[in-house]
Design a protein around this ligand. Structure first.
Ligand code: ZN
Length: 714
């Protein structure tokens, strides 16, 4: 579906070296703590209520000493493992590895989320410093041949160790991580892999910091009625609130945050301003300024290719896909190729409708990319008697949050109670204690809804602490981050349909973390294959759009009246309109990603490569890729390299899974929900995902459910 997201770096911080996220050039100048003995990271907060990090005590200058001590402590634990004289056993090797690095997990969990949500200069400086440190640390572990030998001995003998399924899965997970990091290779290859990982960490941090800076570097001031033409009252208020937030009180500002620029492009009747805003948005990261990402892209693709070749794979795409549900780039591309003609045909039909609207307005220009959202909105209003401004008052943030909690309660029995007992890292952040059906603590949930200039764009879920039972019962601490435009003080925050859809999507990731019920942290929650991780999130989108949710929670923010049934009916009738557009813009990015990671990058021109991909798929000229390479943080700073197709791969599962509820005649059917919980939401990476899906559904997923859901005629 439409909602796309990145998971924060913390999720990947302690897995294979290349996945680590981090930095740009230059050493940071970071002061030491005033009271070096007091560092909240050095005081256990395991015993704090609900495992809440002491955000109220954490200062930026605590991070570097905390990272240094945590890395040293983890390294010492690894050294002890390496020096172990006793024969390797599951307990003294695999479980010991699993237990090691506790402090580092706490520090990375907090740091990487806050670097993404409140990445001011000082945080960015820390990020640049620790990126290569973390990469070196990871390499030192996963390229250690003595350590690998212990895991390998266990792995080769795994059938005779008396392990249960989850233990076998954990052992395989570690063995695979070592192999994929290059632990089985000769010394010179291992040295080169470590050097690549370190350079990649720096490049990837630089990429995301550039992305943030180039997004923040541009604003559009809307002057007078000419500038505000077409904008509904709610958007004018949001633009005014953005002005106040950016120290320009009284002025209406549009930024390049998606939550600001997309509604502007949808409603602004000022074609010149639309073009200006669209061009700025589309060219983030390629403005020939200090934040231009194109050189870094070429370097990263070159390093990734070399990395994959050293490990025996013909391309980085082959390397990545080897550890995915899709298994090979060919299988991933086969799905994209199957859906593409239908998506493209739908988009071309939509294009003709938009061009007709232009003509019936008495204009004669050809539709351009900056016109699409505006005329799509006009056609939606005309053909389906539906406009977004009519919907927004029914989608207040508070009501939709209540709706998503209700969904979690009806499907899985969870309750969310707001708390002020635990500190939060920003005044906007809300905290909730999560309990299961029996009333027992299930975890802690934070929600950070609003855009800030220091926040990375997009929406994501991250874990401050993951569920496990190995070292005692540990409940998860999960955060959802959004980038909604804040309302003016005292006003309700109103969302677009897509924003509300994204809210449920991200909440699905949160539930994946919160419902996790495994023994081993490395297999917990969202620690699953990249093309499977969007399945739990995307199935929640179906619940957002369900009659039950809309009838009960889509209530007018002023009158409390439910969304009128005839409006719901019009939304349903229009549901497939513009699906061609959103599928095409997404799929273009998926093709670009795969092509970049399949091709030999020698002499690569990023723009030319993008153009060649778009020409090959016959991309409609009025649509651009949802993420162009120069600001494609998913693949250059977010762990989705050669993996952006994964949203569609997982959507095959989510569309097919939701049909299981429909077949049961009830979207809350307890037996189906029970299986969904048992085999998907609580199961983490305990099983192979294809097997887990079969256990839930009784068969493999069928792509036709996705085609039906999007209204693509086969
Ligand atoms: Zn997602």
């Amino acid at each position: 579906m439409r909602a796309l997201c990145i998971l924060g770096a913390g999720l990947m911080a302690l897995t294979a070296p290349l996945a680590a996220c981090a930095t740009g050039p230059g050493q940071a100048d970071i002061g030491v703590a005033e009271r070096p003995n007091h560092n909240p990271f050095f005081e256990s907060w395991r015993d704090q209520p609900y495992g809440a990090p002491p955000f109220d005590q954490i200062r930026t200058d605590h991070y570097l000493p905390a990272f240094e001590r945590a890395i040293a402590a983890h390294a010492a634990e690894i050294d002890a493992l390496v020096a172990e004289r006793a024969e390797p056993t599951f307990a003294n090797t695999v479980e010991a590895m699993e237990n090691a690095g506790g402090l580092l997990r706490l520090v990375t969990g907090v740091f990487y989320n806050l670097a993404s949500t409140d990445g001011d200069e000082a945080m960015q400086a820390v990020e640049r410093t620790i990126a290569p440190m973390m990469a070196r640390h990871q390499s030192a572990i996963y390229l250690n041949t003595t350590l690998f030998a212990r895991f390998d001995a266990l792995y080769q003998n795994r059938a005779n160790l008396g392990l249960d399924d989850e233990q076998t899965r954990l052992l395989s997970h570690y063995h695979q991580s070592f192999r994929r990091a290059g632990a089985a290779l000769p010394q010179d290859a291992r040295d080169r892999l470590a050097a690549i990982s370190e350079e990649m960490a720096t490049l990837s941090t630089g990429f995301s910091q550039n992305q943030l800076a180039d997004t923040a570097a541009w604003t559009l001031v809307l002057e007078g009625e000419d500038g505000l033409a077409g904008l509904p009252e709610g958007l004018r208020a949001a633009a005014l609130a953005t002005g106040a937030q950016l120290s320009q009180p009284g002025r209406h500002l549009i930024t390049l945050q998606r939550s600001s620029v997309e509604p502007f492009l949808t409603f602004s009747a000022n074609r010149d301003l639309r073009e200006q805003a669209f061009r700025a948005w589309a060219s983030r990261g390629e403005n020939r300024n200090a934040y231009d990402n194109r050189d870094a892209i070429v370097r990263m693709l070159t390093l990734r290719r070399e990395y994959a070749n050293l490990l025996g794979f013909p391309s980085y795409a082959h390397y990545e896909l080897d550890d995915r549900m899709a298994q090979t780039p060919e299988r991933a591309l086969a799905l994209l190729d199957r859906v593409w003609p239908y998506a493209r045909a739908a988009a071309l039909q939509e294009r003709d409708m938009l061009q007709q609207q232009i003509a019936s307005d008495g204009d004669s220009f050809a539709l351009e990319a900056w016109d699409w959202r505006y005329y799509a909105e006009r056609v939606r209003a005309a053909q389906y008697d539906l406009n977004e401004a009519e919907i927004r008052p029914y989608l207040s943030l508070d009501n939709m949050v209540a709706g998503m909690f209700d969904t979690a309660n009806r499907l899985f029995g969870l309750t969310f109670e707001p708390t002020t007992e635990v500190p939060v890292y920003h005044p906007d952040v809300r905290a909730y204690i999560v309990r299961n059906r029996a009333g027992a603590l299930a975890g802690l949930y934070y929600f950070d809804p609003f855009a800030r200039p220091t926040k990375q764009s997009g929406a994501w879920m991250n874990s401050f602490r993951e569920q496990e039972r190995l070292a005692g019962r540990t409940t998860p601490v999960i955060v959802n981050v959004m980038n909604l435009s804040p309302a003016s003080p005292g006003e309700a925050t109103l969302m677009s349909w897509d924003d509300a859809d994204t809210l449920f999507h991200e909440f699905g990731h949160a539930l994946h973390g919160l419902l996790s019920d495994v023994r081993y942290r490395s297999l917990a929650g969202a620690n699953v294959q990249r093309d499977y991780v969007e399945f739990p999130s995307q199935i929640l989108e179906f619940y957002f759009a369900s009659d039950d949710n809309l009838n009960r929670f889509a209530r007018h923010y002023q009158t409390g009246e439910p969304m009128p049934a005839e409006l719901v009916a019009r939304i349903r009738a229009a549901a497939n309109f513009n699906q061609g557009f959103s599928t095409v813009e997404y799929m273009a990015s998926a093709f670009i990603d795969m092509d970049l990671h399949l091709a030999d990058p020698s002499g690569l021109d990023v723009g030319a490569s993008e153009a060649a991909t778009l020409a090959r798929i016959a991309m409609p000229r009025e649509i651009i890729a949802r993420h162009r390479p120069s600001h494609f943080g998913h693949i250059f700073a977010g762990g989705y390299a050669a993996g952006y197709y994964g949203y569609m791969w997982a959507d095959v599962l989510s569309a097919d899974a939701f049909e299981a509820f429909k077949e049961a005649g009830d979207i809350w059917d307890p037996a189906t929900a029970g299986r969904l919980r048992e085999f998907v939401f609580s199961a983490g990476n305990r099983r192979d995902p294809a097997e887990a899906y079969r256990l839930f559904r009784g068969r493999d997923a069928d792509v036709s459910a996705l085609m039906r859901d999007r209204g693509f005629a086969e």
